[in-house]
Design a binder for this molecule. Structure first.
Ligand code: SF4
Length: 825
């Protein structure tokens, strides 16, 4: 293996092949700032990745009190030393010259610098006035998948028991709300059943709408290393784009957008028809199998073929592949979660595992993945529309138990209705019942659907917007108060990745100027607001990250996400540890359902389930009669066509998505030279067939329009399915003259100008994958090429001879195979 490689040109680095059931070899990836040698690093400070949900463990290199690079942690169970391109280069954003360093407040229409007491005084005065005049329902909090566990927990306590509002959600609503909901529907509780280690054991890996090569690159390295070894697993890829996963797959299905449920029902039909189920597992651990059988009895591959536009024979082959697996691992992400019938589809993937008995043993598992690094923490801590500790808001005993933990009256925890999901919170702000919105670590002015509507909501005079961020994002530019926050490397806290692994991330350097950790900002607010428990003591009685962690441990005790066996000391210097971690499982827990389904009993479950078509909540009575013993619930889902379909005026389907080189709205990655150069500008993907038919070519400037809005970008001709257009969603306006919106009289570049205000009825996750659109050529390429990377799913069709994406010398990083270090899994 080449010891140094350009990790923009070769994002997944060199191969370390291994065979099934063998440990994944260690390879330590390092990138240091230009001119800094390893021997010059003065301190290595423990952290983990904040730019995707892999949870890659790394050490931050510090020299002269500056971050000068990172290296993977060889002994960590998640990444065995490897880092992805965003991990290797992303730390440079911390030192961007345009970091916010002082609070800002809007005066006469302009944001001006003030000190902290002035800024917090304004936020507190507004909060108190609204509480007095309009009540707690006038205040909402919209947070991130970027903060730390301690921060989410503090926010949840403050919002629920301090303010008493139901309006608290995370942007994880856009990302992984469906993952959590699908797990609740099937297993009665959130929390990943499997573990990344299942990649080492599986003989078939099925990736549903999950371009893991770009969203979780380190776990893709693990799959690539298995594929390069003896007895490689076979891959099934379901994705309309020619992703790196599709290129490596034994079977690639590219269904029409919005038809996942039809495809999955056909797979279930075939598995049942060919007798590839596990009757003993079904009888022992599930309820609802008969209903599923009835639901899919007519869902033949031929039926699904006409809906999905995939050959029936290929669906049959896919069913045979997953039906014949001895150790089946399925992974799921946005192609399912952000699409039509999101939860219904994700639940059918759980059903596939339940009827095949593919759970709770090495290689047999489901990864209902997360996109954001700390999405799991928002869900556990109740900062995303659940109650902390996976408590059931409909179960009075759970609410009473939480009230005891917080030493408040149960009635002061709002549970008269389910916590408000983000799309509804913005609707309330639009209608005027929410009058203050505190947005921390996220950028809805780029990431939510139908942006012209979002901008008009955020810009209203009657809405008081507080943002807390590192930069003057598009959202911050519309705020009334802007609070400068510290970030990864500048503060301490824990975070939990998609496979339940908890990592500690330590402070390496001081934050710039007057910026402060999010936890300090929340603690300051709680103190100024004077939040009290029922005995008059402080409601938020912790003062720093470690004491906040201890408070959270108390709240998690006895719940599925039990952290009571973890300490900062234990997490410092060692590998990440998977919850639950307690007296019974002091080293953590690799898989959740090794001895049956543990958290679905009516007395302990997090949810009584919902109708997969309407989203209507089942009552406790219904749940008890369906599932008195607390088994896994097999919930069938009937296929319904998407709400917006192509028409004469809008003949294409439009899907949005991400690229390997950027994270979320590019707030950080757009400020990193190597990442920005790899994917500097928005583009539009079209199939070769459609390009020929419309006489379009690589690099043409095109406009994509839907009934909501339009964007412009240069065309990339790829192997995407005909009839579908793709636009990456990362690009907003902070680095354009428009600042937070398209410049006057110009067409924008943010994909969400075009997407529809629509969401899954069960998880309330917005639908970003099934708009209908038209395409117009604005200007022919004139030899120019699209800015789309050639190394990823946006690779041009074969024979295009475009210059390959590369990072050159600035992207060179070292990769050392390490045969000495053992990884304690
Ligand atoms: S880029 Fe997508 S997958 Fe990643 S965090 Fe954002 S919403 Fe989630």
């Amino acid at each position: 293996m080449d010891p140094s490689t350009d990790r923009i040109a070769h994002p997944w680095g060199g191969r370390t092949p291994y065979a099934p059931h063998e440990p994944w070899p260690v390879r330590v990836d390092t990138h240091l700032a230009d001119g800094v040698r390893t021997g010059e690093v003065q301190r290595w400070v423990q952290a983990a990745s904040l730019l995707h949900s892999d949870g890659d463990a790394m050490d931050i290199a510090v020299k002269d009190d500056r971050i000068v690079g990172v290296r993977g942690r060889a002994g960590d169970r998640v990444n065995h030393g490897r880092l992805g391109p965003k991990d290797l280069f992303g730390w440079q954003a911390n030192a961007s010259p345009d970091r916010l360093t002082r609070p800002l407040i809007r005066r006469q229409g302009r944001l001006v610098e003030v000190d902290w007491p002035t800024a917090m005084g304004a936020v507190v005065a507004q909060s108190k006035e609204l509480l007095d005049e309009q009540g707690p329902g006038s205040i909402g909090f919209y947070t991130s998948g970027q903060l730390f566990l301690e921060e989410y927990y503090t926010l949840a306590v403050m919002a629920r028991a301090g303010i008493g509002t139901n309006h608290l959600d995370g942007n994880t609503r856009l990302c992984t709300a469906t993952a959590g909901e699908a797990l609740k529907q099937s297993f009665g509780c959130d929390g990943q059943p499997g573990t990344y280690d299942d990649i080492d054991h599986a003989d078939v890996i099925a990736l549903f709408g999950h371009n893991i090569a770009e969203t979780q690159p380190v776990q893709w390295m693990r799959m690539l290393d298995r594929l390069a070894g003896t007895e490689p697993p076979r891959l099934l890829c379901v994705d309309p784009r020619p992703t790196p996963v599709a290129r490596a797959a034994s079977i690639h299905l590219a269904p029409r957008s919005g038809t996942n449920v039809a495809l999955l029902n056909a797979l279930l039909h075939e598995i049942i028809r060919t007798g590839r189920t596990d009757p003993a597992f079904i009888a022992a651990h599930t309820v609802g199998y008969e209903e599923l059988t009835e639901n899919v009895k007519d869902c033949t591959p031929a039926w699904a073929s006409s809906i999905c536009d995939v050959p029936a024979a290929r669906i049959g082959e896919a069913a045979e592949l997953v039906g014949s697996a001895e150790r089946l691992l399925s992974t799921v992400l946005q192609g399912v979660y952000q699409s039509h019938q999101a939860t219904a589809a994700a639940v059918q993937i759980n059903n596939l595992h339940l009827i095949r008995g593919m759970l709770g043993r090495p290689g047999a598992g489901v990864l209902q993945m997360n996109g954001q690094p700390t999405a799991q923490n928002t869900r556990e801590c109740g900062a995303n529309g659940d109650l902390p500790g996976f408590r059931n808001w409909e179960n009075d005993e759970h609410v009473a138990d939480l009230a005891e933990v917080w030493n408040v009256e149960p009635g002061s925890i709002p549970h008269y209705a389910p916590p408000t999901p983000a799309m509804q919170m913005f609707r309330y702000a639009e209608q005027g019942s929410i009058r203050m919105l505190w947005i921390s670590g996220t950028n809805p002015a780029v990431s939510l659907p139908e942006l012209s509507r979002m901008r008009s909501i955020l810009a209203q005079d009657r809405l008081f917007v507080v943002t807390q961020d590192l930069f003057l994002t598009e959202t911050a530019q519309l705020a009334d108060v802007v609070l400068p926050a510290a970030t990864w490397g500048e503060k301490t806290g824990t975070f939990t990745n998609a496979d339940r692994t908890v990592h500690l991330s330590d402070k390496a350097v001081e934050p710039p100027g007057d910026s402060r950790p999010d936890l300090d900002i929340f603690l300051d607010y709680a103190a100024r607001m004077g939040f009290r428990d029922k005995d008059g003591g402080p409601l938020v009685h912790w003062a720093d990250p470690e004491s906040a962690f201890e408070a959270w441990k108390h709240c998690s005790a006895g719940r599925p996400c039990d952290y009571t066996g973890l300490t900062y000391r234990q997490l410092r210097g060692s590998t990440g540890i998977q919850w639950p971690c307690n007296e019974q499982a002091p080293n953590g827990t690799a898989r959740l359902y090794t001895h049956g389904i543990t958290w679905a009993h009516p007395d302990v479950c997090e949810s009584y389930g919902k109708d997969l078509i309407t989203g209507a909540a089942d009552s406790v009575v219904e749940y008890r009669s369906l599932n008195p013993d607390g088994k896994a619930t097999i919930r069938p889902g009937e296929y319904l066509p998407p709400h917006e379909v192509p028409s004469e005026d809008y003949p294409f389907q439009l899907t949005t998505g991400r690229t390997l080189y950027h994270f979320h709205t590019r707030t950080k990655t757009g400020r990193v030279p190597q990442l920005n150069a790899a994917a500097p500008e928005v583009w539009v993907e079209i199939s070769a067939n459609d390009a020929v038919e419309l006489r379009l070519d690589e690099g043409d400037l095109v406009e994509v329009a839907t009934p909501r809005g339009a964007i412009r970008g240069r065309l990339r001709v790829t192997g995407i399915r005909p009839g579908l257009l793709f636009v990456p969603f990362h690009y907003g306006y902070w680095d354009t003259p428009g600042g937070y919106r398209p410049e006057a009289d110009t067409t924008g570049r943010a994909a969400n100008e075009t997407t529809i205000t629509d969401w899954d009825p069960v998880s309330k996750q917005p639908v970003f994958k099934t708009a209908a659109a038209k395409l117009t050529c604005i200007e022919s390429s004139d030899g120019r090429v699209s800015p789309a990377p050639t190394t990823t799913a946006s690779a041009p069709v074969e024979g295009s001879h475009l210059p390959p994406t590369s990072g050159g010398v600035p992207a060179h990083s070292t990769q050392e195979v390490d045969r000495e270090t053992e990884v304690n899994g």
